[in-house]
Design a protein around this ligand. Structure first.
Ligand SMILES: C[S@@+](CC[C@H](N)C(=O)[O-])C[C@H]1O[C@@H](n2cnc3c(N)ncnc32)[C@H](O)[C@@H]1O
Length: 231
């Protein structure tokens, strides 16, 4: 099945609200657990000098979990959608009041800028994560170049995204299995995202083209791809 792109930014208020209200906690918790195991495996020291960047952070579901888990580090969520960031910032304010969380910030920016800017104009992160972002990006080189520009030597990367199914029929099967009941706007988004996602061979060739030789891509279950690497 050929890739069909969807709009990059989730700028529509109803779309952002529906996404933020959905319960993705199982996947979100799994991502943070996988990240913790990865950081232990590669012996990354987390302290006050560590910056985690969550690209395409949406309503902040992953960024806030990271900030709560590694309280000594700094966490920066970046998204190009003002609607998403306003939800993320409201949630961060509540976490600040409830748990005294002070290490979480958000930045409104399009990752295409990180792909083009001079490297010395972009903050260097020690850990970069993204979930469900790559499939939004029309030109995947923007994503890989942004990762390179935001990295310094030894930056740890963990990226997860949907995997494109083989046929439109398979898309519907996956939607019915994993998102059987949800607001229509969310179901339509999920279907569009599955059509916009990449397959494992496409990502392998994107990594090769980007020169990211130490990055590896894996299939995770029937729905996901994970890219893990050290810059
Ligand atoms: C499906 S949501 C994922 C949100 C969150 N990462 C999560 O795990 O649920 C994708 C997010 O990526 C953002 N996004 C897409 N293209 C982007 C770009 N070029 N620059 C910045 N953010 C982008 C969208 O606005 C949206 O908030």
């Amino acid at each position: 099945m050929k890739r069909v792109t969807e709009p990059e930014l989730m700028n529509n208020r109803f779309q952002a609200e529906a996404y933020a209200s959905a319960d993705f906690s199982e996947t979100d918790n799994q991502i943070v657990l996988n990240l913790e195991l990865l950081l232990k495996e590669v012996r990354t020291k987390i302290d006050g000098k560590t910056l985690f960047v969550d690209l395409g952070c949406g309503p902040g579901n992953i960024a806030e979990r990271i900030a709560m888990k590694w309280r000594s580090a700094h966490v920066l969520g970046i998204d190009g959608s003002e609607e998403m960031l306003s939800i993320a910032e409201n949630r961060a304010e509540k976490l600040k009041q409830k748990f005294g969380l002070h290490n979480l910030n958000y930045l409104h920016s399009n990752i295409a800028l990180y792909s083009q800017k001079q490297k010395n104009m972009i903050p260097s992160a020690q850990v970069v994560v993204s979930n469900s972002l790559l499939h939004h990006i029309h030109d995947p080189n923007d994503f890989w170049n942004a990762l390179k520009n935001i990295s310094c030597k030894g930056t740890v990367h963990y990226h997860r995204d949907l995997k494109r199914p083989n046929s439109p029929e398979e898309v519907i099967c996956i939607q019915k299995k994993y998102l059987p009941q949800a607001p229509k706007i969310l179901i339509d988004d999920y279907i569009a995202s599955l059509h916009a996602a990449f397959d494992i061979d496409e990502i392998k060739s994107q990594l090769h083209f980007a020169g990211l030789k130490r990055f590896k891509v894996f299939e995770v279950g029937e729905r996901y791809l994970e890219v893990v690497g050290i810059f």
